[in-house]
Design a protein around this ligand. Structure first.
Ligand code: ASP
Length: 323
């Protein structure tokens, strides 16, 4: 029998509305992980599941302490239990991709860690959570899910942590993988993979996470951004900064002048883009200003990377070497 550790963190999958037609008005993170499991009896046929509640919040309210607890629990579970098949995490959809990417950077094990959420609360007509949860466990128990890193399962699609993103506020098919598309699909016929497994790197596999995390901000690019914001962040001693640049990660002259004029050492900085997909390439002029290109990472994932890089004490060269 497969053995799965189910870590519950809240979100809409554990959300409740006043009635069955309330699909937008509800409270996220109400039901416990055990309730989610009990709502899907066929799960008992495919795995022996141990449930632990790590948090029960809307995922916009997740804290670094929750991330730390998740990482510590998963590392311990894999290290102490060679017979554990995999880990499934129930999670709010709004920041699911950030947690998935965080875990990808920190958890070094060939066994799958699968994140799953829902776009409709548990009380809604046609709630998507129960089937999503069943399919996430199906994927976690699939032998070919090994060596693929952290995964997200939503609406029958399997996505890689590096690529997955929530691209719509409504609809059960709100998730997509920019670039190459989903890694695979899951349904009652089983799990189908679109390509052979390639284990993604885990650059922070041995990093211990502190209680206090650094301050890393994201600045959204736009026409003539207010000139006060960037100097204020630098003055406040921000330790990392992601620019959501226009186009392929382009900064405005207002921002570039503020960086050039800053008399102190600058924080670690990455340029991502606001287009939703596509790479940001290296540019020597930007590098002279201390700005590294985030490649195809979206701004919120670039921030996760910077958080860990600052915790690890990386300098600009260490970060550049990763890309
Ligand atoms: N507000 C919810 C959350 O991210 C949305 C969801 O789960 O779909 O926790």
């Amino acid at each position: 029998m497969n053995r799965v550790l189910l870590l519950a963190t809240g979100g809409t999958i554990a959300g409740c509305g006043a009635d069955s037609v309330s699909v937008n008005t509800y409270t996220a993170g109400v039901l416990a992980g055990d309730d989610l499991l009990d709502a899907v009896p066929p799960l008992r046929d495919i795995a022996d599941i141990q449930v632990e509640q790590v948090a029960n919040v809307d995922s916009a309210d997740l804290l670094f302490q929750h991330w730390r607890a998740l990482v510590q629990r998963i590392r311990l579970a894999f290290a102490s239990d060679p017979d554990l098949t995999g880990v499934v995490i129930t999670h709010g959809t709004n920041t699911l991709e950030e947690t998935a990417w965080l875990l990808q950077l920190l958890i070094d094990d060939m066994r799958p860690v699968v994140l799953v959420g829902a776009m409709r609360p548990a009380t809604a007509l046609s709630a998507d959570g129960p089937l999503n949860l069943f399919q996430a466990v199906q994927v976690a128990c699939n032998r070919q899910a090994r060596q693929r890193g952290v995964l997200a399962v939503m609406d029958g699609e399997i996505h890689a942590a590096a690529e997955v993103t929530k691209r719509a506020t409504q609809g059960v098919g709100a998730f997509t993988s920019s670039g190459a598309g989903p890694l695979g699909w899951v349904d009652d016929a089983g799990v189908t993979w679109s390509a052979a497994a390639t284990r993604p790197p885990t650059p922070f596999a041995t990093l211990e996470l502190p209680k206090q995390w650094p301050q890393v901000a994201v600045l959204h690019g736009c026409v003539e951004p207010p000139g006060v914001v960037l100097p204020a962040l630098l003055k406040a001693g921000i330790q990392g900064l992601v620019f959501t640049g226009t186009g392929a990660g382009q900064l405005s002259v207002v921002e570039r002048d503020a960086l050039a004029a800053w008399p102190e050492p600058l924080p670690l900085m990455l340029r991502a883009n606001r287009c939703g997909s596509g790479p940001v390439y290296r540019n020597s002029e930007d590098e002279r200003l201390g700005l590294l290109a985030a490649g195809s990472l979206n701004p919120q994932k670039a921030r996760v990377l910077l958080l860990l890089a600052v915790i690890a004490g990386w300098n600009r060269n260490d970060l550049a070497a990763l890309f």
